[in-house]
Design a binder for this molecule. Structure first.
Ligand code: C5P
Length: 216
């Protein structure tokens, strides 16, 4: 089991999917689960700035997530929500929803079930995977990059033109994710840090595959 944590826009998803595919492992994007939960809260008119309001509704959504690295999918109450969970609206609210302990408890349980249900191994990416979800991971990675580099990449991916707005949105999420009381974004004990500011995706994937080869 490989745990990939790190800052927003650091290339966790692209790296994790490529590594999982190369090694024949399953893949779990835990951020998509918090995003789906956030979309549920927004669709049901929940005030995400109120921890109590989010906690009260925290058990009502039904989230199902695929674990094939080539074709990730996510269903919310049976509907495909791959597109709405990537909107600016969800970007602006997801860290507020993800800081609520009642939300995290449920997500962590689902994530542990997915890990146990992947007998050939799995790459799991998020913020608290090596620290909370699965501290016994065979390999823990912490991916990061300079904020400007992360914003530039994310802007390209999203086809948007506003790098400054993207950088502000990533910084706002990182600030909440790193300072929340429950399961903040940290470099887990024993995690290997990869700073991808000056590295291509291919180079990062190659480094990770080297680390995996070194485990054997
Ligand atoms: O990985 P992604 O950027 O899609 O994650 C969206 C948000 O979900 C993060 O900014 C964070 O608030 C939350 N998250 C989390 N714990 C995880 C994965 C994501 O709190 N394991």
């Amino acid at each position: 089991m490989i745990a990939v944590d790190g800052t927003s826009g650091s290339g966790k998803s692209s790296t994790s999917r490529r590594v999982a595919d190369a090694l024949g492992l399953a893949y779990l994007d835990t951020g998509s689960m918090y995003r789906a939960e956030t979309w549920w809260m927004l669709s049901h008119g929940v005030d995400t700035s109120s921890e109590a309001a989010v906690a009260e509704k925290a058990s009502l959504s039904r989230i199902e997530v695929g674990t094939d690295p080539l074709t990730p999918w996510i269903l919310l109450d049976g509907d495909d929500v791959s597109e709405p969970i990537r909107t600016d609206e969800v970007n602006a609210h997801v860290s507020l929803v993800a800081r609520v302990p009642a939300v995290r408890t449920r997500m962590v349980q689902m994530q542990r079930e997915a890990i146990i249900g992947a007998p050939r191994g799995i790459v799991v990416e998020g913020r608290d995977i090596g620290s909370v979800v699965w501290p016994a991971a065979d390999l823990k990675l912490y991916l990061t990059a300079d904020p400007a580099a992360r914003a530039a990449r994310r802007t390209l991916e999203e086809g948007s033109a506003d790098v400054a707005a993207t950088e502000a949105s990533l910084a706002a999420r990182d600030a909440i994710d790193s300072t929340r009381a429950t399961a903040p974004l940290v470099q887990a004990d024993g995690a290997v840090t990869i700073d991808s500011t000056f590295l291509t995706l291919d180079a990062v994937v190659a480094q990770v595959l080297d680390l995996v080869a070194g485990l054997r």
